[in-house]
Write a protein that binds this ligand. Structure first.
Ligand code: MN
Length: 217
């Protein structure tokens, strides 16, 4: 029996590409474990289908900023924007179950040789003390958790000195990005790029191209 863990980058409702990618890695439910990096929803065409696949398959997933935003929008009406509303309405009779499932998702998953998180880590802070906003939004780090995407600051992964490989998504503009101890898997499928999978522990990457561009910058 194989011991593969397959990480999947930000799907954003791109269900067709998800199916193609699972084909391409020869995903076998009884043998492989799937871990999604968050941002299953918004921007793309089939968020409900993606969520149902992950939820009903009991696959693992960390919270992305889009899931956090959606959950927040349920509590605070001013955040309940068009995309969230559309997704909410698409849930139909599964609404309560989906919301309960989403609220149960972790901010990170840590195992013996990797840490999986949506965006990244604040340098020098223990995992359990990381700020949820940082975990789901960081790209660069200059000391201010409100300023996480500043081209004058270094990428967080250039400051990361941990031994465990951090596997993350969220940075579509950067694209697939590997350093010695970090692997970024958001290759911008919903923007017309690619959907990426990382096969662990082989450290092999597989990708499929987006059928088209679903969202615009
Ligand atoms: Mn994101």
């Amino acid at each position: 029996m194989s011991e593969r863990t397959i990480f999947i980058g930000d799907v954003h409702g791109c269900f067709d590409e998800l199916e193609s990618l699972l084909d391409k890695v020869n995903f076998t439910p009884r043998e492989d474990r799937l871990i999604f990096l968050g941002d299953l929803i918004n921007k793309g065409p089939y968020p409900k289908e993606v969520v149902d696949f992950v939820r009903k398959g009991n696959h693992l997933c960390v919270l992305g900023n889009h899931e956090l935003g959606f959950l927040r929008s349920l509590d605070e009406e001013r955040y309940f924007k068009k995309g969230f509303k559309k997704f909410y309405e698409s849930l139909g009779k599964d609404r309560d179950e989906v919301i309960e499932w989403m609220r149960s998702l972790p901010l990170y998953i840590e195992e013996k040789d990797f840490i999986c998180v949506h965006a990244g880590l604040e340098p020098g802070v223990p995992l359990a003390k990381q700020n949820p906003r940082v975990l789901t939004r960081i790209r660069t780090w200059g000391g201010d958790p409100e300023d996480l995407n500043n081209e004058d600051d270094p990428a967080w992964h250039d400051l990361y000195e941990g031994k465990k490989t951090v596997i993350y998504g969220h940075w579509a503009m950067q694209g697939l990005w590997e350093t010695e101890n970090t692997i970024g898997l958001d290759s911008g499928c919903v923007w017309g790029g690619k959907l990426s999978a990382l096969i662990w522990p082989e450290r092999k990457i597989k990708q499929v191209k987006a059928k088209r561009q679903y969202a615009e910058f």
